[in-house]
Design a protein around this ligand. Sequence first.
Ligand SMILES: Cc1cc2nc3c(=O)[nH]c(=O)nc-3n(C[C@H](O)[C@H](O)[C@H](O)COP(=O)(O)OP(=O)(O)OC[C@H]3O[C@@H](n4cnc5c(N)ncnc54)[C@H](O)[C@@H]3O)c2cc1C
Length: 411
Amino acid sequence: MDLIIGAGISGLSYAAATKNDYLIIEKDHEMGGYCRTIYSGDYVWDYSGHFFHFQRENIKNYVLSRLNDDDILKVFKFTQIYYKGKHVDFPFQMNIHQLDKEEFIDCLYDLFTTEENAEIHSFKSMLYAKFGKSIAEKFLIPYNEKLYATDLDKLDTDAMGRFFPYANKEQIVKNFRNAQNQSYNAFFLYPKRGVIKIVESVASHVDKDKISFNEWLVSVDMATKTAVTNKRTLHFDNLISTIPFPKLLDMCSIDYDRSIYSWNKVLVFNLGFDKKGPETKNNWIYFPDRDLVFYRVGFYDNIIGQDKMSLYVEIGFNHEESHVDVEQLLYRTLADLQKAGIVTDQQLVASHSVMMDPAYVHITTASETDKVQKKELLAKSSIYSIGRYGSWTYCSLEDNIYEAFCLAEAL
Ligand SMILES: Cc1cc2nc3c(=O)[nH]c(=O)nc-3n(C[C@H](O)[C@H](O)[C@H](O)COP(=O)(O)OP(=O)(O)OC[C@H]3O[C@@H](n4cnc5c(N)ncnc54)[C@H](O)[C@@H]3O)c2cc1C
């Protein structure tokens, strides 16, 4: 029997694809993991905005075939940066010509005089080497520091993988005349009734009698291939875990250097207002300004097409930050939304908050090396760790489905 830990998109995708007998245990009372949707009156909110740029046609078809065409929105991506009281198109590095003249000259000068052959040893040094001091310090560094809540010098050069919008000098200059602002995709897909619809589509291939809710993994004996949960002891042929990688190592009693693994957590406020706000076009806006508490604000009303403002607001913390006062942060958020001109006279009529912990893992050279070694060790006892947190990586839901399908085929 294959024992699957977690009924998020990764665990469900593995169950949907495997030909082996299986049991899923899920610590929560419902499936979906981070891909869950909250319905509050007219408002449809995910844990945080979840939008899709499928790269693999077969996975796109697999997921969408169980949904009606009318349920899926194809949205033209329009996103900007709020910079010193103005809006600049995203990505910043491609749109420096929209800045005031002095700032534009600084960015251009630094871009063309940057030491391209400088030694690149971290995410931060990569930003300086590729884009020069001004672009790095005006946007790329403050924004990513707010998001990751760590020193960017600690992160691997490729910490964001394909999600980082690289651009060379030629592309930047060409963009002054013809805007090509699409970072990794011009459109995204979004189910009108929220990301849970994608989960339900995958789960339609899963036997619901084989999901045990409110049951969680406590420890694993690698030698005897047994797992202890809060309810029983289970023997497994394969164990497929989607829980955060360091937690699995703890449960398997594997020794490791805890300082290697770090991450951020993201507090998300979903906020519903009584009417539209002045912001009419953006799908989401990036905020590098350290005086504003959030790093990104998204507009569900612009994505779904609603006549009342519906926001998700994201605030990053280091995982070590122990005390987060959610109520006080809601007041601060509302005040900062006013400062940024998003809230004027609209009244807040509904709200929801969730702490995503972990949210973005800190990808470092040490974590990448250790992960590979420990995964090899686990595989010797038929234990496989997959998913965004199981594989300790930066990825999309599509990547999770793909990884789970590949493992199901291999086993
Ligand atoms: C802020 C943010 C924005 C994102 N935006 C996008 C986006 O726009 N597009 C996109 O494609 N992806 C996005 N993602 C990524 C996406 O959310 C993840 O890739 C996906 O949800 C990971 O699914 P998973 O099944 O691997 O993990 P999870 O969703 O974390 O599922 C793990 C499951 O395991 C359960 N579990 C944990 N511990 C135990 C235990 N001991 N025993 C039993 N069960 C346990 C949990 O309850 C959970 O249900 C975003 C992520 C974040 C944080």
